[in-house]
Every structure is written in structure tokens, then in C-alpha cells.
Design a protein around this ligand. Structure first.
Ligand code: ATP
Length: 314
């Protein structure tokens, strides 16, 4: 029996979370789902979008499957996603990006994994005004942060039969921050002689990904570039409705799709649940339930190929 905290979230979250839970249950694997709330509706009830009993459940089970959550704009309330990543030091954000034969795309053979640093960079949230007309934001990189994400990427490559790691940066301009990220990647790569290694400047990387995505395997990126390149890559293979994700720390892992709350389609029963179902597949692999993970992937492929009940985004 696996004890999992299920956080349905806001907008389309409850719909896609319900679909994902039903599919995971249908594998026959036994789950004890602890359903806990987080999100906009919790603020009125608890004064915070992240109630204590939700955090307690995540800390007890150490694995959560989570729907998207709204960050209220202009309220001073910080993003639940960023809070969870910081609180539990979920330093690695993973997005497998893969072509599905049944989903129309200009690209045929994309199969890459984005590994994004999740806790540092401009997402540290240190921003302030200097007077009234100048705004500053501080970009923080630590050697420890760079080392652990780059090592994570190489270990991932090694353990998942991946052949190449590409470190993505802008070290030509930001010589301290991105410069350190590149320096760290260069020396850690030497510990993995069987994995091909290269580095690439982020703007060139974007162009290359649009031209030749099939040439890339594992990409490791600082937080901001990782955020942007994840969506770019999702767009190569059918969009955010089919792109799963995982936030991994040393002790706790939270699985969530790349998409947001999609308020424009919430409650209509038309949201694509595949991204969260595939996030559940990533969770199954972490739980060592590999056969069940494969069966769900096959079922998704089969359903897509049948093409009878596709959501509108496909
Ligand atoms: P948020 O502010 O929570 O990020 P958003 O609407 O700005 O919400 P997304 O939720 O990522 O951003 O949605 C962007 C677009 O993609 C929307 O038009 C939405 O309807 C569509 N979309 C997002 N997720 C899905 C999905 N699972 N299935 C179908 N369409 C989706």
C-alpha cells in the first residue's frame, strides 16, 4: 500500500486530479490517497493557501500528486508551488518531453528530459524598488545548488540509459552566476566519462531545439531558463496538456503537471488529464512500480491512437 497525499488544487485541478487517481487505481496497485486542500479557496478559511494539515500530510507521506494552484495576483501571497519547492528543498524539477505518434506535431523523434534547478536564481524572490523608478531583482546561484542539480542530471542520465547531457547557460554575459553554473558543469562532467557532455548558450539552445530537437537528450538548466525552455519543449510535442513533471528533493517528491489552473476551461469537463496522469506515471517509477507505469503509458498511447475521445487541445 502506497500512502500518497493528493492535492486537487484550483481551476481544472480537481477534474484532472480525479481522472489521474482513477487511472492509477485501475492499475490494481493499492493506494491510500490522503486528499488535502491547497489553493485560493483556502485563504479565506485558513489565511493561507497552504493549510497546516496539508503540509503535515506531505511530510508524513513524503510523496504528493498535485494539481495546479492559483497564485492570487497583487495580494502579497506567494506562489504555493514556489513555497513548497523552497520549504521541502525540492531542488530538481523534471519534465520528460516526448513525441506521441498520435499527437500531431511538426517533430517526429523528440525524446528529451529537462532538468531544471528549482530553488535558486531569480525565483529566490528577492526584489525591491530603489526609489520609485528603479526595480531590482537579485539572481542567486550557490556552488552547492549548481553542483547538486548538475550531478542529479548526470546521475539521471546514467540510471535511465541516456547518452548526453547539455548544460544550458548565459555565461558569456552573466559571468559570476551562469559562469559558476558552467564551471561546475564542466568539472562534474569529468566524473561521468560514459556520458557525452556539451554546454550551450540559452538563446542558441532555443533555436536549436526548434530546429533539431531530436539531437538533445538531457538538458540541465538554472531555474529561469528551465521554466521557459520547459514550455518551449512542451510546445514541440503537443502542448502543456500532455507534459508531466516532478519536483524532487532529498526526502520529499511532489508530482505535478506543467500546466496552470486554466480558468478559461475549468469546470467544463474538457481539460486534458494526460499531463497529470503522466505525472502519476513518474510517481509510479519512483515507487518502483515500473510495470504499472508502462501499462498506463501504453493505455495512453492506445487511447490517443484510437483518436475517438481526444480533448480539444489535441
Ligand atoms: P495559471 O495562471 O494558473 O498559470 P493560465 O491559464 O495562465 O493559468 P495555463 O493554465 O497554463 O495558464 O493555461 C494556458 C492555456 O492552455 C489556457 O488557454 C488553457 O485553457 C490551456 N490549458 C492548460 N492546461 C490545459 C489542459 N490540461 N487541457 C487543455 N487545455 C489546457
Amino acid at each position: 500500500m502506497h500512502h500518497i497525499t493528493l492535492i486537487p488544487g484550483d481551476g481544472i485541478g480537481p477534474e484532472v486530479a480525479d481522472a489521474a487517481r482513477r487511472v492509477l487505481d485501475a492499475t490494481g496497485i493499492s493506494f491510500n490517497w490522503e486528499i488535502r486542500n491547497a489553493g485560493a479557496a483556502q485563504i479565506a478559511l485558513h489565511g493561507t493557501p497552504l493549510p497546516e494539515d496539508t503540509l503535515a500530510s506531505v511530510e508524513k507521506n513524503r510523496i504528493a500528486l498535485k494539481g495546479p494552484i492559483t497564485t492570487p495576483k497583487g495580494t502579497g501571497i506567494s506562489s504555493v508551488n514556489v513555497e513548497l519547492r523552497k520549504k521541502y528543498d525540492l531542488y530538481a524539477n523534471l519534465h520528460p518531453i516526448k513525441t506521441y505518434p498520435a499527437i500531431p506535431s511538426k517533430y517526429d523523434h523528440v525524446d528529451l528530459v529537462i532538468i531544471r534547478e528549482n530553488t535558486e536564481d531569480l525565483y529566490a524572490g528577492i526584489e525591491f524598488m530603489v526609489g520609485t523608478d528603479t526595480a531590482q531583482s537579485i539572481k542567486i546561484f550557490t556552488r552547492k545548488g549548481c553542483e547538486r542539480i548538475v550531478r542529479f542530471a548526470f546521475e539521471y542520465a546514467l540510471n535511465n540509459s541516456r547518452k548526453k547531457v547539455t548544460a544550458v547557460h548565459k555565461a558569456n554575459i552573466m559571468k559570476c552566476t551562469d559562469g559558476m553554473f558552467l564551471e561546475v558543469a564542466n568539472y562534474i562532467a569529468k566524473d561521468y566519462p560514459t556520458i557525452e557532455y556539451e554546454d550551450m548558450i540559452v538563446d542558441a539552445m532555443c533555436m536549436r531545439l526548434v530546429q533539431y530537437p531530436e539531437r538533445y537528450d538531457v538538458l540541465v538548466l538554472p531555474n529561469l531558463y528551465g521554466d521557459i525552455v520547459s514550455d518551449l519543449c512542451a510546445g514541440l510535442v503537443g502542448g502543456i496538456g500532455v507534459t508531466p513533471g516532478a519536483n524532487i528533493g532529498t526526502d520529499i517528491s511532489i508530482f505535478e503537471a506543467i500546466h496552470g489552473t486554466a480558468p478559461d476551461i475549468a469546470g467544463k469537463g474538457i481539460a486534458n488529464p494526460i499531463a497529470l496522469i503522466l505525472s502519476g506515471v513518474m510517481m509510479l517509477r519512483l515507487l518502483n512500480e515500473v510495470k504499472a507505469a508502462e501499462r498506463i503509458e501504453q493505455a495512453i498511447n492506445k487511447t490517443l491512437l484510437e483518436g475517438k475521445r481526444l480533448t480539444f487541445d489535441l
